[in-house]
Every structure is written in C-alpha cells, then in structure tokens.
Design a protein around this ligand. Structure first.
Ligand code: ZN
Length: 217
C-alpha cells in the first residue's frame, strides 16, 4: 500500500487529526456542550479512502453517519506556532467525510471511553481532491455540503466554525509536532444522518474547489 498523497506525490500521508464539536449547531444536535477548547481525536491512516472508493458499513454498527468537513493538509514541520504563523503551514485544502459509527460512539461517551472504534474504522476517512492553498482562498468563508442519493443532507459555511483553522493549527501545534502530510478534519456543521448500503454520497467545498464522491457498500 502506498501512502503518497494523490494530488501531492512528493508528500506521504501522516497523522489524521480530527476536531469534534466545532460548529455550535452540530454540538447542539448531539446534545453536547459547546467546548471552550478544541476537541481533538485521531483516525488511523488505514481509514483513508478516495474519490470512487466505497465506504464499508462494519458489522459492528447499525448507525453509521456522514459528517462533511473541510480538511487541511499541512506542508511544514511546525511546533508551538501562533495563529499569525499558522496559514504558512498549510499546503492544501479539500473536502472529506468523518464517518462515524454513532451507536458505538454513544456507548463510548456513556462509559467515558475513547472514540477510536467509532471513528477510525477502515474506509471511515473519505478524502476528496486537495487544492493547493493560496491567500486567495478564504478559509473562513467556504460553503460545505453533502448529499446522499441526490438529497442535500448537510449545508454549512466555514464561517460558523467555533475555532477557525488558524486557531486549530496553533492549538494542535502546542501539543503535537505537525509535519508535512498531516491532515486536520476540521469538524462538521449540523445535519449529520445515517447512510445505508447502496447510497451514493457527494460532498463539496467552496465553489468547485474540492469534491468527493463515494459509494456505501
Ligand atoms: Zn467530525
């Protein structure tokens, strides 16, 4: 298995950081508190799939949800950086899905256990095409949407993020050394819902900036 990033073959995929509860209305729909600091979890690299691939519903879950998210690709090694320095560490941006076995996650939350089994299963990190970042892309004002079988399920705008991208990168860099190839799934707006075998999922970010199409099997 190659770990090279399709749009940037000079880079290999690194760690996959994910941010939970980063849109107030989504936190509310799952009856969670709005956090005062970013909520961070990780997915393994084996969860990544790409355009044209299939999300596999595991036997362990009866309630797998889509969460459409803006994804940031890191292009520099950074540690303890400020929000002002954060933009320079971004290599690219795209759309992704943070697939979630909601029933497994709910059990984990009840017991105070980690979310890894709910979030990190095989095929649970679909990733669309990545577009090289430049200052003309306003990361704080991008529309994000996902449809299932042609029906729009989630629409949002990155302006509604509780912690904007520069804050997330700065925050993560206080705790982890970020390196080229690392990615950040930046959280989802409201409207998460269940997917079924046979569904066709289409997601997009910005006006044609990045798109993703995957099946569920
Ligand atoms: Zn998410």
């Amino acid at each position: 298995m190659t770990h090279h990033i399709p749009d940037f073959p000079e880079l290999q995929f690194g760690s996959i950081y994910c941010i939970g509860r980063n849109y107030a209305k989504h936190a509310k729909e799952l009856k969670n508190e709005v956090p005062s600091e970013p909520v961070v979890f990780l997915k393994p690299r084996s969860s990544l799939i790409f355009n044209g691939d299939s999300i596999k519903i595991p036997n362990s879950s009866k309630n797998v949800h889509h969460e459409v998210e803006m994804v940031i690709l890191i292009g520099k090694t950074v540690k303890n950086i400020s929000e002002q320095e954060a933009l320079e560490s971004i290599k690219a941006v795209g759309v992704g899905l943070d697939m979630t076995a909601r029933d497994i996650q709910s059990q984990a939350k009840l017991k105070g256990l980690p979310w890894t089994l709910a979030k990190g299963l095989n095929t649970f990190a679909p990733l669309g095409n990545l577009i090289e970042y430049h200052p003309g892309i306003d990361l704080t004002d991008l529309n994000i949407t996902v449809s299932v079988n042609g029906e729009v399920r989630q629409t949002g705008n990155t302006s509604d993020m509780l912690f904007p991208v520069v804050r997330l990168i700065s925050y993560l860099s206080q705790h982890f050394t970020l390196t080229p190839g690392d990615m950040i799934y930046t959280g989802t707006p409201e409207g998460v819902s269940k997917v079924e075998k046979g569904d066709l999922i289409k997601a997009s970010l910005g006006e044609g900036l990045s798109s993703l199409q995957v099946h569920v099997s």
